[in-house]
Design a protein around this ligand. Sequence first.
Ligand code: UDP
Length: 238
Amino acid sequence: MPLSTMKRVLLKLSGEVLMGDQQFGIDPAFVMELAKEVKTAKETGLEICLVIGGGNIFRGMAGAAQGMDRAQADYMGMLATVMNALAMQSALEQLGVQTRVQSAVQMDQVCEPVIRRRAERHLEKGRIVIFAAGVGAPYFTTDSGAALRAAEMNCDALLKGTSVDGVYDSDPKKNAGATRFETVSYGKVLADDLKVMDASAVALCRDNNIPIVVFSIREKGNLARVLSGEGVQTIVKN
Ligand code: UDP
């Protein structure tokens, strides 16, 4: 399906893009810029599910590397994703975009639990649903959470907005000669261990035939360009 004819997408943003130019945490001005991008995409009539990572605040692997219990550290990472979801909700609602946050770790005072049918209703009513806390289990990442929600919400594609403008054959930050793929198969991504998303997320997308569109969210207007079919991106598909 061409990007321009998609009806419903899942947009996954890495936590690190919420930092802006900071080294850690949330830059509210930058979150607002991201929210404007999301609003523009929404205004084309698209239904949008959002998943935001937590790497700008805490990653379980980093905690484990410093001696913490891995599962405990992962739960901290999940809580970080809820903070990011609330920051994005606040920015979107300041722009007049209706949203609901649904967390895979139940937090009744703060947001809704993940209820698929309720999420469907929110989308029908034109709200953006922000899915927080990944899959709600340790040893996973928000990439897997994004793939899972994209599958259960019947999204036409998983858009991964990150700091690079696609998938390269080698690390473009280390190798000036690295080339970007226009399209690449799930199989090649998995076999060559290309840095797109973690393997479980890629496999879930492959098994459910959900294209993964990797693009840079740091460039202004890029989300809308990608959705209109004119942007720079890599599409992972069969
Ligand atoms: N996490 C987890 N289970 C999930 C989703 C996230 O344990 O289903 C934890 C994990 O520790 C991860 C952290 O939350 O490192 C933050 O998520 P992620 O690393 O995916 O964020 P991103 O890299 O996208 O910013």
